[in-house]
Structures are given as C-alpha cells and as structure tokens.
Design a protein around this ligand. Structure first.
Ligand code: FE2
Length: 119
C-alpha cells in the first residue's frame, strides 16, 4: 500500500540523469550519522536540491511527508515565500526499512523518493 494514490506519484526515471522537472521536485533524503536502534538521528528531506523549485503563490511546495515503509512518520507543512522546501526530522527507529519521502507541488502533483535505512 502507498500513502497516496500510486498512479499519481511521480518519481525520477533515472537518478543519474534527471530532467529539470525532476531536479525541482524529487524529495531527496539525507540521513545524518549512523542510525542505531532507538537513538535519535536526523533525516533531512530537500526538494529542489539540484535545481530550486519556484516558491511563490502561483507555484510552490505545499508539504513534505516522511514514511518508514508504509508507516507515516512526520509531515512538514510549508508556507510559500517564507520557507524553503527543506525539512529536517529527528527520528527514532526500532527496525530497518525503507525511508520514503513525499512532497506535493500545487501544480506538478506528488513526488516520491526512497532509500533503505539499516539500523
Ligand atoms: Fe512544481
């Protein structure tokens, strides 16, 4: 199962050769340090890391979500103009899994990226 409608989620077709649209929308995940069971670590999700996404009323990122496998962990709601679409979550996990980041652009829809995290 997916947190959003599977058919409506965009992903980069080739991470090594992303289009400009993909560079602006794929929510890149960065894990700080080496996660250990039950210990806090930082997960940063950055939309537009390689190419800045517009940040204006007409076109902006509305929120960033983080999941572990299919379990919701956190959401960061964003206000255009005042916040860059980059969120840092402090996370504690008790098992390994797939971190999944989602973001919603008010024009270009939902985008996802995922990475394995080993505890
Ligand atoms: Fe967009």
């Amino acid at each position: 199962m997916s947190p959003h409608h599977v058919s409506s989620i965009h992903v980069a077709k080739d991470m090594a050769n992303m289009s400009d649209l993909e560079k602006k929308h794929v929510p890149m995940i960065h894990v700080g340090g080496t996660p250990k069971t039950g210990e806090a670590f930082e997960v940063t999700v950055w939309v537009g890391e390689q190419m800045a996404h517009p940040n204006e009323a007409e076109h902006h990122i509305e929120f960033i979500d983080l999941y572990l496998d299919d379990m919701f962990i956190a959401r960061c709601d964003l206000t255009w103009g005042y916040t860059d679409p980059k969120a840092c979550f402090t996370v504690r996990l008790d098992h390994s899994g797939t971190l999944r980041a989602y973001e919603r652009c008010n024009i270009h829809g939902d985008w996802a990226y995922s990475m394995e995290v080993t505890i």
